[in-house]
Design a protein around this ligand. Structure first.
Ligand code: FAD
Length: 460
């Protein structure tokens, strides 16, 4: 330590960096954390948290019509976007403040400014000079990736600006078919914005189970979102009446805002990792081993910057495992298997384990249990939204390899299912669990008949 100004220098005060810094500092180590934007990182400032507030605001529009079906008299509701944004910003500021206090209470020192590595131990902090750190943790996250082959892309926004629009657009085009694109499409549509998703792939939500993908697309279409698949945006024209999106099939879509959500890139550019000798993957992600250690033995990386599973709880667990290993003397790795995830579309998705296609690829014969139905909350007032539950089961061992749900509370349901799947639950054990009635989730434990795809069913 004599040769160094601190035991640990963390670059980035987001989900992974803050957790690692706090845990390391609580052992008595001297820890510094640099943040160039706001403490809390993507999740708190411009990701999960503000997004969820927007989802809550958006979902309420359906509640008004549902309430009428349940006997309420509801005056024509209206939505005040500036009031909502101001309230959202207040709450984000409060949460960011809690992160700052938690870091300080743990004994970590916060440094505002951009940090850049000069070599494997030397960090330069914008406007504050240089210091030498025994260990360095790179936790710089990711940033929206914008294409450079779309003429007029400067007229488009990313998810980062979507959180701060001065006014709610009347019409929006969302480019992309991933979870961020679909969540924002659902948010805007729920708030009454005419919303079109343009995605060049054959279906939305690549990487998820195919039945989930189709079901979500159908449900979103039914909720009023226009989904244009197999189409790419070629250019964006700005005119007096707003923007015109021109697609490669010649289609023209008028909009007030165009949001691109085509993916995110690891935040490593200009970070000095080359000077420090840190190896990067082709997409710029920091390469790490199971202990999040890079090829340089005093530098580690956690979270989105390593492009493993880009979710907040994963970044937190990777940061925690790093701190336990390096500062608590307890070598710990994070198991990236069976990590559940959610998509906050309307209806939402909850998913854990393998998709049917991946399970067939890895295990050969699998049994599928699938149910699509209108939940009783919908049937009562004549709503049309349908839920879907699906289990993917290994044929021989009867182990459940995947559980997938599309329903309003799917993210809450899947958290519990994830515990059972992580423990290696079999279908007989799952079925021995008594249903909770009347719930939507009871369908999960009452499916007894194997699903036969329609084409096979007809042939049989
Ligand atoms: P980040 O949280 O991104 O933190 C990195 C920090 O490093 C940033 O604050 C950045 O300003 C700072 N930084 C970067 N470079 C430097 C530098 N050189 N010097 C100083 N500071 C620097 N995940 C979920 O689990 N659930 C969700 O519902 C969800 N929704 C999302 C919605 C959106 C719109 C987005 C964009 C992401 C969402 N995510 C969600 C993903 C989640 O936000 C990330 O996985 C998580 O924030 C990753 O944490 P991290 O610590 O790796 O990086």
């Amino acid at each position: 330590m004599a040769d160094f100004d601190c035991d640990l220098f963390v670059i980035g005060a987001g989900s992974g960096g803050v957790r690692a810094a706090r845990m390391a500092a609580m052992t008595g180590a001297k820890v510094l954390v640099a943040e160039e934007h706001r403490v809390g990182g993507t999740c708190v400032i411009r990701g999960c948290v503000p997004k969820k507030f927007m989802v809550y605001a958006s979902e309420l529009s359906k509640s008004f019509s549902t309430a009428r079906g349940y006997g309420w008299t509801v005056p024509e509701p209206s939505f005040d976007w500036p009031r909502f944004i101001a309230a959202k910003d207040d709450e984000i500021a409060r949460l960011s403040g809690i992160y700052v206090r938690n870091l300080q209470n743990a004994g970590a020192e916060l440094v505002h400014g951009r940090a850049v590595l000069k070599d494997r131990h030397t960090v330069s902090i914008e406007g504050k000079g240089e210091l030498r750190a025994a260990k360095v943790l790179v936790a710089t996250g990711g940033r929206p990736w914008m294409p450079d082959d779309v003429e007029g892309i400067e007229h488009a926004i990313s998810s980062e600006e979507a959180f701060h629009l001065a006014e709610l657009p009347r019409r929006i085009v969302v480019a992309g078919g991933g979870y961020i694109a679909l969540e924002f499409a659902g948010i805007f549509a729920g708030l009454g914005v005419e919303t079109t998703v343009v995605h060049r792939g054959p279906n939305v939500l690549r990487g998820f189970d195919d039945d989930i993908r189709s079901h979500v697309a159908e449900e979103m279409e039914q909720a009023g979102v226009h989904i244009r698949l197999g189409v790419k945006i070629s250019r964006i024209e700005k005119g007096p009446g707003g923007l015109t999106v021109v697609c490669d099939d010649g289609r023209r879509i008028e909009a007030d805002q165009v949001m691109f959500a085509l993916g995110r890139a690891p935040h490593t550019k200009g970070l000095g990792l080359e000077a420090a000798g840190v190896a990067l993957a082709d997409n710029g992600a920091v390469k790490v081993d199971d202990y999040s250690r890079t090829n340089v033995d005093n530098i580690w990386a956690v979270g989105d910057v390593t492009d493993r599973i880009n979710l907040t709880p994963v970044a937190i667990r990777e940061g925690s495992a790093f701190a336990m290993t390096e500062f608590q003397g307890k070598p710990t790795t994070f198991d990236h298997e069976m990590v559940a995830s959610a998509v906050f579309t309307q209806p939402a998705v909850g998913s854990v384990g393998l998709s049917e296609a991946d399970a067939r690829h890895q295990y050969g014969k699998v049994d599928i249990y699938l149910a699509k139905f209108r939940p009783m909350k919908e049937t009562f007032y004549g709503g049309h939204s349908r839920a879907m539950v699906k289990l993917v089961v290994e044929a021989g061992s009867e182990r459940i390899l995947g559980c997938h749900v599309v329903a309003p509370d799917a993210p809450e349901i899947i958290q519990m299912a994830a515990i059972a799947l992580k423990m290696g639950v079999t279908k007989p054990q799952w079925d021995s669990t008594c249903a909770v009635h009347p719930t939507l989730a009871e369908e999960l434990v009452t499916m007894r008949d194997k699903h036969v795809p329609p084409a096979l069913g007809q042939a049989a």
